[in-house]
Design a protein around this ligand. Sequence first.
Ligand code: 13P
Length: 248
Amino acid sequence: MSRRRIIAGNWKMNKTPSEAVELCATLKDLVKNDDVDVVYCVPAIDIVPVANAVKGTNVHVGAENFYIEDKGAFTGEISAPMLKDAGVEYIIIGHSERRDIFGENDILINQKVKKAFASGLKPILCCGESLALRKAGTYTEWIKRQIKWDLDGVSADEVKNLVIAYEPIWAIGTGETATADQAEEVCKMIRETIADMYDAATAEAVRIQYGGSMNAGNAAELLAKPDIDGGLIGGASLKPDFGQIVNA
Ligand code: 13P
C-alpha cells in the first residue's frame, strides 16, 4: 500500500488577505515535509495572495467552493477556470457546512465532482453523519448513500485521484474527536464501498481523510490507522499546530 498522506487545512471563513499572507509566513518552515501533500484550502479572496505566498514551497492551494458553470450570469459565484488560473489544485466539495447552511444537495455535489474532474481540479469530497444518525446507529448506510449519490457517473480512473474526507458532523468544531477506532471503522467502510462500486485497485488508490477536531495531540493516533490517509483540519489549520499535524 503506497498511498501518499494528504494533510489539508480548511480555513473556512477566516483570515483576511493580509492575515492569510501572515499565516503562510508563520507556517512556512513548520509544514515542510516532502513525504506529505500539504494543502491550504482558503477563502476565494485569499487564493491569489496565498498562491503567491506559497510559491516555491511544498504547499498546494485549494478552494472551498465553486460553481459548475464556466462563466456567465451567476452573481457571486466563482468558476473552475477562474480557480485553475489562480493556481488552485484542490477543491472541497460537499462539506457539511455547505450542505446544511447553504442547502447543497447530493445532486449538486455530484455535478460539482464531475465538473471538478473535467476541469482538472482534484476534489476533496466530504461525507459524514449527524449526531442523531450516529446515535440511531444508521450512520453507515447514510454515508454509503452519500458516496453512491456523489460519485454517480464518476469513472474509476477519476476516483483513483479522488480524496474523500470523512467528517462526522458531531466532531466538527466541537472539540469532540471521533476516536481513532471510530474514524477507522468508517474510513474502512468507505474504502469497501469504493471496492463494491468500482474494483479493488480503485479502492486501494483512493485517499481517505478524517476531519473533525483533529489537532496536534490526536493526529498521530488517527493517522496511524490503515485506512486513514490524511486529515482535513479546520480550527487547528489556523495555528502553528498545523505543522505538528503535517509532521505527525
Ligand atoms: P475542525 O477541525 O475545526 O473541527 O473542522 C473540521 C472541518 O470541518 C474541516 O473541514
